[in-house]
Design a protein around this ligand. Structure first.
Ligand code: AHR
Length: 497
């Protein structure tokens, strides 16, 4: 039987770096029903809320251990004027959300509401500033408004709006997709803009900003090269955006979220695995200008992108979320863990009702998607130490495509627990694992699994718990050897104590 075993060696005495909890971060844009309906219902809503923010969503986000949240965009960030979103609601300007369906944005959710959301969920705020259509002064004043503790025009305005004390803001993005919706700039031009805007994003008091430059669209390596060359000294992080599309086409059909076949399953997973190459290649360029790895690669948009659900507004990017999305999340998160020396934050697009959302809502109802469950299962890696592994992977082939059968990473937390997250990408073949635990001694193994019968198994508002994790007793520990079965199309977290 030995020959069909996947062989894993876990060297728990050899740690390889810190897995920032921010790798498990999220993104919430003024797009479709993400902020409005999904998070914000307003204080007068019948839906139970705290200061206008849905209680069911707050609770789910706490359970998932939401570490950091990016806002207000996305493309929306470069059209957003923050002063329109403060002060008495009745005076707030209404604007057109040109990027996302041309709907009216009434600015009822603004800086104060976002900061309250962060307080209620325990998330760090990650603010994305407007370079594309905003001024340097506007960006400077936003930072002052949020973080200055003293007498100034902006701190006085903040106090007038009911918040005398400053907030703490660490993560600050200087523009979004400046090569596209954020201003259609060249990397040479953007580098200069980043340097100029960056200067005026001040550190007030003991608030220290972590400034994130707009990075590349997927494999645009020249963007990273030029921006690093011209502006590395002025940044703390540089972003990367990469989405998984079943067809790979932005212009034609992207593929459906449900009702797909095994061919679309493996195609999407193979496109997701491209993240490994992207991170490796962008990191190599960064190494040239930042050999000490001071600058973080911030994957602040990742996830699946399908055709919208039939009958929904094409500008709202609403899609279902299946077991396949769970595998996509498992793969990406294992990749980010493995590159934690360079990847300091990642943000799934997007938090509620948009793209690969962990949470979907419909009126007063809320459901947790398969992606949510992976994030909750993987939360054991937050702020843990990456552990060195050796793995003899197997191949998974179908319809002319061959990819690795498993995706894996392991970490050790402060209390000495070892957690291995392991996904079986195959849509049909289970497998056997033989794992040698080197280093620390463990005596107890427990595991949880997320799987389902159908490839496109998903949760609906009528059946919200069709896909959810359960405990799994398919592993046995004898001395330092762990063996067990890894069911097809499954995501596992194995805990050793
Ligand atoms: O997440 C949706 C959009 O994708 C974001 O607004 C933009 O940054 C990216 O193109």
């Amino acid at each position: 039987e030995d020959y069909i075993m996947a062989r894993l060696v876990v060297n728990s005495d050899r740690t390889k770096g810190h897995i920032n909890k921010e790798i498990y971060g999220h993104f919430s844009e003024h797009l479709g029903r993400c902020i409005y309906e999904g998070i914000w219902v307003g204080k007068d809503s019948k839906i139970p809320n705290t200061d206008g923010i849905r209680n069911d969503v707050i609770e789910a986000l706490r359970k998932m251990k939401l570490p950091v949240l990016r806002w207000p965009g996305g493309c929306f960030a470069d059209e957003y004027h923050w002063k329109d979103g403060i002060g008495p609601k009745e005076n707030r300007k209404k604007m057109v959300n040109t990027n996302w369906g041309g709907v009216v944005e009434d600015n009822s959710f603004g800086t104060h509401e976002f900061m309250r959301l962060c307080e209620l969920t325990g998330a760090e705020p990650y603010i994305n500033g407007n370079v594309g259509s905003g001024t340097v002064q506007e960006m400077q004043e936003w930072v002052e408004y949020m973080t200055f503790d003293g007498e100034s025009p902006m701190s006085r305005l903040r106090a007038e709006n009911g918040h005398p004390a400053p907030w703490k803001v660490k993560y600050f993005g200087v523009g979004n997709e400046s090569w596209g919706c954020g201003g259609n700039m060249t990397p040479e031009y953007y580098s200069n803009e980043f340097r100029r805007y960056g200067v005026f994003c001040r550190n007030y008091g003991d608030n220290k900003l972590y400034k994130i430059a707009c990075g590349a669209n997927a494999s645009d390596y020249n963007w990273t090269e030029v921006v690093m060359k011209n502006a590395a000294h002025a940044m703390d992080g540089i972003s990367l955006h990469y989405y998984s599309l079943p067809t790979g086409s932005w212009t034609g059909s992207k593929g459906a979220s449900t009702g797909f076949d095994a061919n679309e399953w493996i195609t999407l997973l193979s496109r997701t695995l491209f993240m490994e190459e992207l991170i490796t290649k962008h990191s190599t360029i960064m190494d040239k200008y930042d050999p000490d790895k001071r600058i973080g690669l911030i994957v602040d948009e990742w996830g699946t992108w399908y055709d919208v659900e039939p009958g929904t507004n094409p500008g709202f990017l609403y899609q279902q979320n299946t077991l396949r999305d769970a595998l996509v999340a498992a793969i990406n998160l294992n990749i980010f863990n493995s590159h934690c020396d360079r990847v300091k934050m990642a943000n799934l697009a997007q938090l509620v009702n948009v793209l690969q959302a962990p949470i979907l809502t419909e009126g007063a109802k809320m459901l947790l998607t398969p992606t949510y469950h992976v994030l909750e299962m993987y939360s054991v890696h937050q702020d843990a130490e990456l552990v060195d592994i050796d793995f003899e992977n197997e191949d998974y082939s179908f319809n002319g495509i061959t990819i690795p059968k498993y995706s894996v990473s392991a970490s050790k937390n402060a209390s000495g627990e070892l957690n291995i997250t392991l996904a079986n990408l195959s849509h049909r073949a289970s497998g056997r694992l033989s794992c040698e635990l080197r280093g620390e001694k463990y005596t107890v193994v427990t595991a949880r699994i997320l799987t389902a019968d159908e490839l496109d198994a998903h949760n609906t508002f009528d059946n919200p718990e069709a896909v959810k994790p359960s405990s799994y007793d398919g592993f046995a520990l004898r001395g330092s050897r762990l063996t067990g079965t890894i069911p097809a199309k499954s995501v596992l977290v194995i805990t050793l104590k």
